[in-house]
Structures are given as structure tokens and as C-alpha cells.
Write a protein that binds this ligand. Structure first.
Ligand SMILES: Nc1ncnc2c1ncn2[C@@H]1O[C@H](COP(=O)(O)OP(=O)(O)O)[C@@H](O)[C@H]1O
Ligand SMILES: [Mg+2]
Length: 309
């Protein structure tokens, strides 16, 4: 239902999207996982029609998204910053925004009631939105995106800046929307959020998709290897040198920075060998963590950097 081909967007010298391509089928829930600066918001803004001067094409429901303005009505957007009338209540906000999309007047109220039920705000429809918590506002924002019954819902980092419980409820809502047959793309930089929420995960960095698939497919990419994260008081160069001749023999150096390195090892019996080399070179290790293959190790292997920030 959505085919994105070679989207490229620069801001001056910064290449924010680099021939970004992605296909989405009807009813799929895609988690787009990438660290800050990966290009997630740029992508969503282009799809939402709020960003210009890019190259590439997007076909949506079989038609050119940028040529056919009527397609905008088939897409729901939940941007990172929320836009409401704080003095109005949830129902009036929905009625206002629904009027902007072409929701039939006669249906607007009943749809708004139904959607407020779905996002679990039915009990609070009379209060001005300014009384709402961050999580409630995010749900209301999602309700606005869903009011015109889009075929595709786009959410840009819907869980940023809200508490844990509110995150869980937004992720539940995303699953519910997907189960009802609406395709969803949501962006996040939190690994845990894509693990149980989507039918497909795409990992992006530097404006491109590095890998995509189900969680199991992505984990298979790392093979059976464990990842060893080593922290200590060492510089990158001597660290790499110390392990140079081990590379390839069941040990793969994934990333080395001053004080922090990551290796993939075929089995944990390789670790004493590594420690021995480091010890001989007097490279001080303060901590060593072994991680079994997971989405986090996939990401580390693909990008050479950790998603934590
Ligand atoms: N308006 C802008 N002007 C200049 N650079 C920008 C602008 N918006 C984003 N960028 C840069 O483009 C890259 C991608 O940004 P963005 O799409 O916001 O990533 P994400 O949403 O994944 O954090 C980053 O390097 C960012 O600094
Ligand atoms: Mg962003």
C-alpha cells in the first residue's frame, strides 16, 4: 500500500535521508528504529507533506502521494509536537480537527465518541485539555490522527516525554489500531518498544535502512554469536592492536572507542584469550558484559554503536 523509493533529503551539507526505500503492506505495523539524527522525523515530515525539496518517489494506495492531494485524507499523522486548543475539551478538539479533514458532518460526533473510547479518554471528555497529562495528550493526538479512518497512521516517536504507564498504553493502542486493519509506521529510538509492538522492524541510521524483518529474522542476522562489551581505562588504538591477530578466529571487533569496545565472539571460551592479550599490553579493563543475541546486539553489529543515549 506504500512504496517509498530512494527518498533523499539534505539540509545544506547534512544528508538526512539517503536513498531511503521501504515497502509497507496493508495492515502491517512497522517499527522504525533509529538513534537520534537517523532521519526519522525527516521521513515522517516528507510523508506528511510538511517538508519540501527532496528527491525520490512515494506511491500510496497505488498512486503518487505528491501528485494526488486527495491521498492526504487517507493518511493520519501524529507528529512529535502536539497541536490542540488547550482551553477546549477533548471532544471539541476532535470536532475541530475532524472538520479540517473531510469527515462527514453527520458522522463526526459519533466517530469522535467511538475514537475517544478506543484511546481510553471517554471518562474525561468534558475537561479542558490543559488538565491532561502528557500521556493523555499523546492519546488525544493519536485520536485526532485516526478520526478520518485513515488507511495508514504515522506516529513520530509517540512515546517520548511520557511516563512508563502512558508508554505502555500508547503501544497497546498502536497494536489495537494495527489489529483493526490500519497500517502503522511508528518511529522510536527505544529498542524495547519495537520488540513486542510490531509485525516488522526496520533499523535505520544515517538516512537509510540497515536491516529489516521480524525480530527473529533480525536476531538471526547476528548468527549465534554473543556480544562482549568491554569498558576500561584504555585508548582505542592500542586496544585494536592488542586484539589484531585474534580477529577472524571466532572473534570480530565491532566497535572500539576510548574506554569502550564491543566484540562478537563465536563462544564465550574466546573471552580468556581476549583478556590475556589486553592484560599483557597493560590495558585496564573495569567491566565486561556478555550479551546474548538480541535486537540490541543486532543494532550494535549493524551500526557499530549502541542505541543508548
Ligand atoms: N531543519 C533542519 N536543518 C538542518 N539540519 C536538520 C534539520 N532537521 C534535521 N536536521 C538534521 O538531519 C538529520 C536527521 O534529523 P531527523 O530527521 O530529525 O532525525 P531523527 O528524527 O531520527 O532524530 C540530523 O543530522 C539532523 O541534525
Ligand atoms: Mg525525530
Amino acid at each position: 500500500m506504500l512504496e517509498i523509493k530512494n527518498l533523499t533529503k539534505s539540509y545544506g551539507d547534512i544528508l538526512a535521508l539517503d536513498r531511503f526505500s521501504l515497502d509497507l503492506k496493508k495492515g502491517e505495523v512497522l517499527g522504525l528504529l533509529g538513534p537520534n539524527g537517523a532521519g526519522k522525523t525527516t521521513l515522517i515530515s516528507i510523508l506528511a507533506g510538511t517538508l519540501r525539496d527532496f528527491t525520490g518517489s512515494v506511491s500510496f494506495l497505488g498512486r503518487d502521494l505528491f501528485a494526488d492531494r486527495s491521498l492526504k485524507n487517507r493518511m493520519g499523522i501524529v507528529p512529535q509536537d502536539m497541536a490542540f486548543y488547550e482551553e477546549l475539551n477533548a471532544m471539541d478538539n476532535l470536532l475541530f480537527w475532524g472538520g479540517l479533514y473531510d469527515v462527514p458532518r453527520a458522522e463526526l460526533k459519533s466517530r469522535a465518541t467511538e475514537i475517544l473510547e478506543m484511546v481510553e479518554l471517554s471518562g474525561r471528555i468534558k475537561e479542558p485539555v490543559k488538565n491532561f497529562s502528557g500521556g493523555m495528550k499523546r492519546r488525544l493526538n493519536t485520536a485526532i490522527g485516526l478520526l478520518h479512518r485513515p488507511d495508514l497512521l504515522l506516529l513520530d516517536e509517540p512515546t517520548v516525554g511520557i511516563d512508563v504507564q502512558a508508554k505502555v498504553s500508547i503501544l497497546d493502542l498502536i497494536r489495537k489500531v494495527g489489529a483493526a486493519g490500519t497500517a502503522v509506521i511508528f518511529t522510536t529510538h527505544q529498542l524495547a518498544e519495537v520488540e513486542n509492538t510490531c509485525s516488522r522492524i526496520a533499523i535505520m541510521d544515517h538516512g537509510r535502512i540497515l536491516a529489516q524483518g521480524t525480530l527473529e529474522e533480525l536476531i538471526r542476522l547476528v548468527g549465534e554469536k554473543d556480544i562482549v562489551e568491554i569498558t576500561g581505562d584504555f585508548a582505542a588504538a592500542p586496544f585494536s592492536e592488542a586484539l589484531q591477530d585474534l580477529a577472524g578466529n571466532g572473534i570480530e571487533l565491532l566497535s572500539v572507542a576510548d574506554g569502550l569496545a564491543a566484540l562478537a565472539v563465536s563462544d564465550t571460551e574466546q573471552i580468556p584469550k581476549v583478556m590475556d592479550r589486553l592484560f599483557r599490553r597493560k590495558l585496564a579493563v573495569t567491566d565486561l558484559k556478555i550479551k546474548s543475541p538480541s535486537l540490541e546486539t543486532v543494532f550494535l553489529k549493524l551500526t557499530g554503536r549502541s542505541l543508548r543515549d
